[in-house]
Design a protein around this ligand. Structure first.
Ligand code: ADP
Length: 640
């Protein structure tokens, strides 16, 4: 076998190339993370091997102490990170180090702004991984051999991180992966014991795998240097990190910084988490969980196929990434670890789905996660608001998905209301209820496309006048959410744009009498309007929900609202036709004017204009905008 025959130069996939370029240019202020990423990969590789060895113990080849070793050469400016983990075969090297497997990468890259500071934050949430080596190195070599393969089946990958890499067959005596960084001239400082040790301490203390470095003997440093070659075999290594899996330690022993670092390892996130919850459960089921709330939504939060879930360990042995069975879909943003003593070591995804122990853990972890969010809201409103901004829309899937915890999830929802002075969605329903008027028994809300449209909706007029607060809902998911929420804390929800206005006990008798009178005075008008608009509307009726506007549209309780309609139309689904009710304000001078209008043509024009205005105020569109303007101009020209 000739190595040459197997050597191959390949171009990086376009996306990998872009990402590489970007990373090198945006992460230079945080260079040392390359070591965290490479150790993190080595630790994952050890986890994977341990798992594979459960069913194939021979993979361990008499070398069952899994570890990472870091060496450096100050003269040649290299750092080497070696592990005796699972390793990679040639195809895996090409797939893992030459392409970026995450779907949606192209869109992600398009979303970048070119502003390096902003982009470096974005790239952080993407997860930088192996490529971070190129922040400090101008050439990276990977020598790797998959566990179970022969020494001759190893591969040697090499790249300058520009546009291509080479891969050739190689020999490697031990299984696992060795990554060699040829440091850039101005990054020499990293090839130094003290520096490397402090980085390892900082980033790898929480990992269960020992990270070994050459034992230091300060007294004879110079002699050692001279004798190094001769005494190669005598070199001793020691573990630089604590090498105890973080979640197995007791809470009181773990520093916040360690929790944060561990989060970065499990989540591949670059930023700190917002909060975490670490618990050991003993009793019928025994397990430890460590759940994190990330600080920022990943770019693929809305991609249904994106990986989600917790890292699953069974009795400290890594079993799988992204075990999604332990949390419901609406908590898919949570990251973390669960380590169970009850699940069998040779569990598969399919078995997990059927295991009753998993079901119990799932409901306990769901409660734990919701409690953590509830505490976060209570203890740090600012952080909770930032959580809400990132993940609020996902949490809104909760009431529909999780009947058992509906009340708990609903308690966590936040909205803007007519009382808000900023645009932030920061008011809970409990806070709304506390402010409810004495006779108010419903939670009033309005769904609209945007906050501006909501705030200017004619449906709010009577509520403003009476000082009744209304919850404003402007997220795409809101109408759908409200389809699953009929009451909260014993209070019915009432969409203010649906049905006939019913203020219940908030209505006052005197007003009612007055209204009846004005209605009597306009008898016959609704009939005339209905004839004029014919089958474009359902019913024409007088309303008291308006104080300033002349008319508005209202729909029936169960009918599909504008927001759902738009979503369904956009996804190409057939939408049943629903006709609105056209409601007019009997107190409005235009309506009185309309009632007096004898000229049928002008009556028709005025009705069309009122109807058009009502559609627009509702966030709808005019059937024929040209005709609408022409009519409006015609009426305006009649003004003297
Ligand atoms: P990530 O770790 O986020 O998946 P990386 O770019 O760091 O992304 O690595 C890509 C893949 O390359 C890993 O998922 C893993 O399959 C493989 N890999 C990287 N380093 C090693 C290693 N030391 N041993 C075995 N496989 C590795």
């Amino acid at each position: 076998m000739t190595t040459e025959a197997q050597a191959e130069t390949r171009g990086f996939e376009t996306e990998a190339k872009q990402l590489l370029h970007l990373m090198i240019h945006s992460l230079y202020s945080n260079k040392e993370i390359f070591l965290r990423e490479l150790i993190s990969n080595a630790s994952d590789a050890a986890d994977k091997l341990r798992f594979a060895a459960l069913s194939k113990p021979e993979l361990l080849e008499n070398d069952s102490e899994l570890k990472v070793q870091i060496d450096f050469d100050g003269e040649n400016n290299t750092i080497t990170i070696s592990d005796n983990g699972i390793g990679m075969n040639r195809d895996e090297v090409i797939a893992n180090l030459g392409t970026i497997a995450k779907s949606g990468t192209a869109q992600f890259l398009e979303s970048l702004t070119g502003d390096q500071q902003k982009d470096s934050q974005l790239i952080g949430q993407f997860g930088v991984g192996f490529y971070s080596a190129f922040i400090v190195a101008d050439e990276v070599e990977v020598l790797t051999r998959k566990a179970g393969d022969t020494a001759e089946q190893a591969s040697h990958w090499k790249s300058k991180g520009e546009s291509e890499y080479t891969i050739e067959s190689a020999e490697k005596a031990e299984r696992g992966t060795t990554v060699t960084l040829h440091l850039k001239a101005d990054e020499k400082e990293f090839a130094e014991s003290f520096r490397l040790r402090s980085i390892v301490k900082r980033y790898a203390d929480h990992l269960s795998i020992p990270v070994m470095m050459e034992k230091q003997d300060f007294g004879q440093a110079e002699d050692d240097e001279e004798n190094k070659d001769k005494e190669e075999t005598a070199v001793e290594y020691e573990a630089v990190n604590a090498a105890k899996a973080l979640w197995t330690r007791s809470r009181s022993e773990v520093e916040d910084d360690e929790y944060k670092e561990f989060y970065k390892h499990v989540s591949h996130d670059f930023e700190d988490p917002l909060d975490w919850s670490h618990n050991r459960v003993e009793g019928k089921l025994e397990y430890t969980s460590l759940l994190y709330v990330p600080g920022r939504a990943p770019f693929d939060l809305w991609n249904r196929d994106a990986a989600r879930g917790l890292k699953l360990y069974v009795q400290r042995v890594f079993i799988m990434d992204d075990a999604e069975q332990f949390l419901p879909l609406y908590l898919r943003f949570m990251k973390g670890v669960v380590d169970s003593n009850d699940i069998s070591l040779n569990v598969s995804r399919e078995i997990l789905q059927k295991d009753p122990a998993v079901d119990s853990m799932r409901s306990a972890l769901t409660k734990r996660a919701l409690d953590m969010l509830s505490k976060l809201r209570k203890n740090d409103k600012e952080k909770y608001n930032s959580f809400w901004e990132q993940f609020g829309q996902v949490l809104k899937e909760g009431p529909a998905e999780d009947f058992t915890n509906r009340e708990k999830v609903t308690k966590l929802l936040q909205f803007t209301t007519t009382n808000s002075t900023t645009e932030a969605q920061d008011q809970s329903l409990d806070e709304y209820i506390e402010r409810m008027q004495e006779n108010q028994d419903k939670i009033y809300y309005l769904v609209a496309d945007s906050l501006k449209a909501a705030q200017n909706s004619p449906h709010l007029e009577i509520f403003r006048k009476k000082g009744i607060e209304v919850v404003l809902m402007t997220d795409r998911i809101d109408e759908w959410l409200m389809g699953h929420l009929t009451e909260y804390e014993g209070k019915q929800f009432q969409d203010v744009s649906r049905g006939e206005l019913d203020l219940g006990k908030l209505e006052d008798e005197e007003e009612k009498e007055q209204q009846e009178e004005s209605e009597k005075a306009l008898e016959g008008l609704t009939e005339r309007i209905k004839n004029s608009l014919s089958d474009r509307v359902n019913e024409v009726r007088l309303t008291h929900r308006l104080t300033d506007s002349a008319a508005c549209l209202a729909i029936d309780e169960g009918a599909m609202g504008a927001q759902m309609r738009k979503i369904m139309e956009a996804s190409g689904q057939a939408v049943p036709e629903t006709k609105p009710h056209f409601e007019i304000n009997p107190e409005h001078p235009l309506v009185a004017r309309l009632d007096k209008e004898q000229d049928e043509e002008r009556f028709g024009d005025l009705v069309e204009i009122l109807f058009g205005q009502a559609s627009l105020a509702d966030g709808g569109q005019l059937d024929d905008p040209g005709e609408f303007s022409a009519r409006l101009n015609k009426v305006l020209l009649q003004l003297q």
